[in-house]
Design a protein around this ligand. Structure first.
Ligand SMILES: [Mg+2]
Length: 111
């Protein structure tokens, strides 16, 4: 996945020139499409026909987040953005694991 995040950031750096608010709006749009795909796949909207499944829509969300980071931080290089994002993913995943293995309070206190 990190190769594809790198690719999404590289493509965004090269092609995405819109204002950051544009990409924030696109994140919301794609998040709505992801939510709708999940609802349809779970049988909550039986008459709705999907153009794309929830995995495709999740990928759209991730690509839009990469584009937004590039737009919000125009002076950061592709490498800096990718390394910071990967570092934060690692840190957040460690916290997520700690919640489920019962070590959260010990490792993070009340934070
Ligand atoms: Mg979409």
């Amino acid at each position: 996945m990190t190769d594809q995040i790198k690719r999404a950031i590289d493509i965004s750096k090269e092609h995405c020139t819109e204002h950051p608010l544009f990409y924030l709006g696109k994140i919301m749009e794609e998040l709505g499409e992801f939510s709708e795909a999940v609802l349809v796949e779970q049988g909550h909207m039986p008459r709705k026909v999907l153009n794309e499944d929830s995995f495709g829509e999740a990928a759209d969300v991730i690509n839009c987040v990469c584009a937004a980071l590039v737009a919000v931080w125009p002076n950061m290089s592709e490498t800096e953005i990718r390394e910071k994002l990967e570092s934060e993913l690692s840190r957040k995943n460690d916290k997520f694991i700690a919640i489920y293995d019962g070590t959260y309070e010990e490792k993070y206190g009340g934070k």
